[in-house]
Write a protein that binds this ligand. Structure first.
Ligand SMILES: Cc1ncc(COP(=O)(O)O)c(C=O)c1O
Length: 444
């Protein structure tokens, strides 16, 4: 038995993995190290991380700048509770994020530690805002196919993602709105107008009960890399703003450059009332999240006793080490010129997608910033679809880490990924398409 066999045996005996059916007996990869866009397993095999380790990694694995920030901070102040105390890394990071967001002086940063809790905090802020102002409202509007995380509130607003059928009994009611999808070469103007009209009608009937609208701006990630247009999103948000209903942008996936702008909302000309950020916030090395709230919302929680205060917080809220990593990551965006890197990756993926678009097994190619996606034609759409699984197994054998969402294949590489590494990933995808065209294990 070599080291990795031992590790896998111990893992099977002691560990329960996320989003995993252990009954299928599929072994996890025993990862041992990472550098740049490459992960290495304990047997020395290399894998190109084309999904940025669940969309968190921005600047590549093993960045010394992030490691140094973490080790310097941990020896200075490792942790302290964030109620009744504050510290330099949290204040500097809040200032830095507000500056990047163009919200200095008009919003506050509320800390938590993962994307789901950033969403949970946003939902609670919206809910309590209405209670604090004496007009309680409890209905949340969402877009069909949204995913916002795995805690109960986040699952409730993400129930149409299809991931949470086992939990429907635990979830609160929401109103789910139509979303007209776009992909390369397809402008759905008519679909957008139809959807907006339906939303107007919903607002006429239910607008007065709505606490907030929550959206994943421009790209609905886990629901299948579903893209919608800037114009649809801006019109949708204005419909809610006109009625005084807060708008929450869940930028847990789209934040920190993924869609081509630092935050996706910056493409819309619309400033949301609440913004949820996590994943790439620390460059992908430590758990941290924030919910940015407008000063108008913040002020509705002010009072002389605790009854109007926000009763939400976690033991590791604003952990100084995670904040120091996030600050170092913000600096890395500047020093590595991450927007230029994203543009380069975008251009490289563009040429590969254009070449793939004519393939009979490829549908709905789409690209925004550093996110490329397409559908495998004719294949089942479920998250567990066999087509996606056979592609990810094939790619893994070829040293490329992909994790399709049903029949949707996407690439969301770290910003340090080289052109040659992107070429290699598409070469492997091309080889899979040729193999399945010839073999019996077709995707159709
Ligand atoms: C848009 C969005 N919101 C929230 C989450 C939940 O984040 P976390 O997994 O850190 O709880 C995710 C995770 O994929 C996400 O994509």
């Amino acid at each position: 038995m070599d080291h990795s066999d031992t590790l896998l045996t111990r893992d099977a005996a002691a560990v329960w993995h996320p989003f995993t059916q252990h009954g299928l007996g599929r072994e996890p990869i025993p990862m041992a190290s990472g550098a740049g866009a490459v992960l290495r397993d304990s047997g020395g095999r290399e894998y190109l991380d084309m999904i940025s380790s669940w969309w968190v990694n921005l600047h590549g694995h093993g960045r010394p700048e992030l490691a140094k920030a973490v080790s310097d901070q941990i020896l200075k102040l490792d942790h302290v509770q964030f109620a009744g105390a504050t510290h330099e890394p949290a204040v500097c990071l809040a200032e830095g994020l507000l500056e990047k967001a163009g919200l200095t002086g008009s919003a506050k940063v509320f800390y938590s530690d993962n994307g789901s809790t950033a969403v949970e905090a946003a939902l609670k802020i919206a809910h309590q805002h209405w209670a604090n102002t004496g007009t309680p409202r409890r209905l949340f509007a969402t877009l069909r196919g949204s995913y916002h995380g795995d805690t109960v509130g986040a699952m409730s607003v993400g129930r149409s993602s299809g991931f949470f059928n086992a939990f429907h009994g635990m979830l609160f009611e929401t109103i789910s709105l139509p979303v007209p999808l776009v992909f390369d070469g397809f402008l759905n103007k008519e679909g957008e107008e139809t959807a907006l009209n339906e939303i107007r009608r919903t607002l006429e009937t239910d607008g007065e009960s709505m606490a907030a609208l929550i959206v994943e701006p421009l790209v609905q990630g886990a629901g299948g890399m579903r893209f919608h247009s800037v114009s649809f999103l801006a019109s949708l948000c204005h419909l809610f703003r006109e009625r005084g209903i807060p708008v929450i942008f869940d930028e847990v996936m789209t934040g920190f450059g993924r869609t081509g702008s630092f935050f996706a909302y910056q493409q819309t000309g619309f400033i949301p009332d609440l913004i949820c950020l996590s994943k790439g916030i620390t460059g992908g090395i430590l758990p941290l999240a924030v919910t940015i709230a407008s000063d108008d919302l913040f002020e509705s929680f002010l009072g002389n006793d605790f009854s109007t205060a926000l009763a939400h917080g976690h033991s590791y809220t604003a952990n100084p080490v995670a904040c120091a990593a996030a600050l170092a990551s913000l600096h890395l965006h500047e020093s590595t010129d991450s927007s230029m890197q994203i543009n380069r990756i975008h251009a490289r993926m563009r040429s590969h997608l254009d070449a793939l678009a004519a393939h009979p097994r490829i549908e709905r190619t789409r690209l925004l910033g550093g996110i490329a996606a397409f559908d495998l034609a004719g294949a089942e759409r479920e998250y567990t679809a066999e087509s996606g699984r056979s592609l990810s197994s094939f790619a893994l054998e070829q040293g490329v880490l992909l994790r399709p969402l049903g029949n949707v294949l996407y690439l969301m590489p770290p910003y340090c990924t080289t052109d040659e590494q992107i070429d290699r990933a598409f070469e492997v995808i091309g080889a899979f398409l040729s193999k399945t065209a010839r073999g019996s294990q077709g995707v159709a």
